[in-house]
Design a protein around this ligand. Structure first.
Ligand code: AMP
Ligand code: MG
Length: 346
């Protein structure tokens, strides 16, 4: 598994051409390559080649029960990897027309051509068409479905830059395609669709950049409850482990500012939403470090795009503990709170 990890830049057209060709050559040879997407960086392999897909699990130390997302080069290929049940065909067409390419992943019954290792033996497959221009070129040049989970070690912070992938997977992957910072910064919204009586029902299996406001024009949005242990995992969301997205420094999400009691001598870092004294956290301690998701006005897309970047930065400061302030659970705030709850030790 040991590799010398190279980073291919995509600043000019000549560099991009070469990077795309190198990525495609690796995919065709059954190898793995880290690629940019608009959500977070992914670790890609040929979805139809079980040995190639096994290399993703190995490089990430990912358990085989955690299924991967399949990325398609083009929308119409959906029907090659998934069955679209008749009673939801119309809404699937509306959603893919509206949101693909983009950060929406659909769970649908899988076709037999998708190897079991991709879906962890489940009868469903998670599919999307990503919006990153460089990944789009790689996918189109390769021409077949690509399996790609986030390019981090299992359970750790998702990478939103090539440098972060290097930190996570140096020596475990031969090539990282540097497509710049991810424009969304949080993993895709995953939904399962139920026909419903009047309107289709969207069960949000993982909150993400696409909010209920955007989805509710097409159906009723329902959020699934947070699973708090591996034992009570619903088979619907096997990868949504209670502990996930975790920094090495202990992180604690504190929902009430008044309940925080600093221990003397401990170096605490604060992960703040907008750095406002009104939120009640900033003034409560002599923080060793403070990082703010969206300084001033607290804009959700900005908070989302900076979230994993800032978490990774705080984790590198040798703090005793990271204290996270809650963010309002609206729009992308829901996805941020989901990540914070899973990253939190208690
Ligand atoms: P990652 O790309 O690392 O964020 O991981 C993909 C996630 O998608 C997994 O951890 C699962 O939660 C989810 N997922 C993928 N395939 C399925 C599936 N067939 N059923 C349910 N959830 C899935
Ligand atoms: Mg992941």
């Amino acid at each position: 598994m040991a590799h010398v990890t190279e980073i291919a830049r995509t600043d000019s057209e000549a560099e991009t051409k070469e990077a795309v060709a190198r990525a495609v050559a690796l995919l065709e040879a059954g190898g793995i390559v880290a690629v940019p997407t608009e959500t977070v960086y992914g670790l890609a392999a040929d979805a139809m080649n079980p040995e190639a897909v096994a290399r993703i699990f190995e490089a990430k130390d990912r358990p085989l029960f955690d299924p991967l997302i399949v990325h398609l080069p083009r929308k119409y290929l959906l029907h090659e990897v998934a069955e679209v049940p008749e009673d939801i065909a119309k809404v699937v067409a509306q959603l893919t027309e509206t949101f693909w390419p983009g950060p929406l992943t659909l769970l649908l019954p899988k076709k037999p051509c998708i190897p079991d290792i991709v879906t962890a033996g489940l009868p469903t497959v998670a599919v999307r068409v990503g919006a990153h221009p460089v990944f789009g070129r790689i996918a189109k040049a390769f021409g077949r479905p690509i399996a790609a989970p986030s390019a981090n070690l299992f359970g750790r912070i998702s990478p939103t830059s090539a440098a972060a992938v290097f930190q996570e997977l140096e020596g475990r992957v031969p090539l990282i395609i540097d497509g710049g910072a991810c424009s969304r910064g949080l993993e895709s919204t995953i939904i399962r669709i139920e026909p419903g009586e009047k309107k289709p029902i969207f069960h949000v299996v993982r909150a993400g950049p696409l909010s209920d406001d955007e989805l509710k024009n097409f159906g009723k949005v329902r959020y699934q409850k947070h699973n708090d242990s591996v034992e009570n995992q619903s088979p619907e969301a096997p990868g949504l482990l209670a502990s996930h997205y975790a920094p090495r420094t202990p992180l604690r999400l504190i929902e009430e500012p008044g309940s925080f009691r600093p221990e003397p001598g401990k170096r605490y870092g604060l992960l703040s939403y907008r750095g406002s004294p009104e939120d009640g956290f900033i003034g409560r301690n002599d923080w060793a470090e403070v990082r703010i998701l969206s300084p001033g006005s607290g804009k959700m897309p900005e908070a989302g795009v900076r979230f994993f970047f800032i978490l990774r930065e705080l984790d590198a400061l040798g703090l005793d503990e990271i204290i996270a302030e809650p963010v309002p659970e609206r729009a992308m705030g829901r996805a941020i709170m989901d990540r914070l709850r899973r990253a939190s030790v208690g």
